[in-house]
Design a protein around this ligand. Structure first.
Ligand SMILES: [Zn+2]
Length: 311
């Protein structure tokens, strides 16, 4: 685990416990410490909301948004990590897709007062169609494109489109056009501008090893739909650009963090937990608070918002 994340989680535990006993002064001290360290921004990473009319998912999404925005040290930006709606990639058709999307927009309108950006998840690709289905997602979430950049507080965010549909299914990789676009974006980015990459599916993931229910008999079997099968060429590209600091993902509904060649790859669990049925593996419904610092360092704090499944 990279030291900065380890420190952050320890601080959080100590600060959180002490704040309950001693009042808000330690929490205030943590904010002061972050600003002294040169914090550029704090954002919330809400991934895998999977909003749907069933299982009170709209109420859950609202509760999560309120929880994040009511933090004492509140974020000023929200990143939705994809799979924002339950699923429009199956055969249910346009009507069910519209019901989910309408709910998404109504909860956002009522509960989100912050600027936000979205990544496209596999379940956001209408009909799992590589062109028209992705256009649906771009239009649905009013995105500049299926992959795009945002510059904010001295950092550059690069949103990637991980889903590569194949027949009725998909694998996780960047098509050649998108890879070339990413290479060009990195080439054109100033070396002193730290970069946070957001993909729905992890580029690299520890969770992909432990998501299977049974211990493997001989070999690990990790599906290409769980982590990018083009991780080799992506890490080779990142190696040429040491300002790539952090790659955030969702999709696994699990929480992990690993560092490889100077880049931290972190998965932020799921707002929906086990698709609104409680916890998935060891992870209850969660979101991440991410502090980005001017020097390219960062902290990630995982936050449970206390949602329990409704009938
Ligand atoms: Zn997904």
């Amino acid at each position: 685990m990279p030291e900065n994340i380890g420190v952050s989680r320890r601080e959080l535990l100590v600060g959180g416990a002490a704040a309950v006993a001693l009042g808000p002064s330690l929490a205030d001290a943590a904010v002061t410490r972050r600003s002294k360290r040169g914090r550029a921004m704090r954002f919330a990473h809400l991934t895998d909301v999977h909003v749907q009319p069933e299982r009170a998912a709209g109420e859950g999404m609202a509760a999560c948004l309120r929880h994040a925005q009511e933090q004492k040290d509140a974020p000023d930006f929200i990143v939705f990590g994809g799979d924002n709606v339950m699923n429009v990639d199956g055969e249910e058709g346009k009507q069910y897709a519209s019901v989910q999307l309408d709910l998404w927009h109504s909860v956002l309108k009522a509960e989100c007062s912050l600027p936000y950006a979205c990544a496209v998840g596999n379940h956001d690709v209408f009909g799992n169609h590589p062109v028209d289905g992705k256009k649906w997602a771009v239009d649905a979430y009013a995105l500049p494109d299926r992959c795009y950049t945002i510059d904010r507080a001295g950092w550059r965010f690069i949103f990637l489109d991980s889903t590569f549909p194949i027949g009725d299914s998909y694998t996780a990789k960047l098509d050649d056009g998108q890879f070339e676009w990413l290479a060009a974006v990195l080439q054109q980015s100033k070396a002193e501008t730290p970069i946070c990459v957001v993909s729905h599916i992890p580029i690299l993931s520890v969770s992909a090893y432990l998501c299977i229910e049974e211990t493997p008999k001989v070999d690990w079997q990790i599906p290409g739909s769980w982590a990018h099968i083009d991780a080799h060429r992506i890490k080779d590209l990142f190696k040429k650009h040491p300002n790539v600091k952090l790659c955030l993902s969702g999709h696994m509904h699990m929480v992990d963090s690993m560092e490889y060649l100077g880049v931290t790859y972190a998965c932020s669990g799921a707002v929906s937990g086990n698709w609104w049925k409680g916890s998935y593996h060891e992870f209850d419904p969660k979101y991440a608070l991410v502090d980005l610092y001017k020097d390219g360092s960062f902290d990630i704090e995982m936050v449970s918002y206390g949602w329990t499944p409704k009938a």
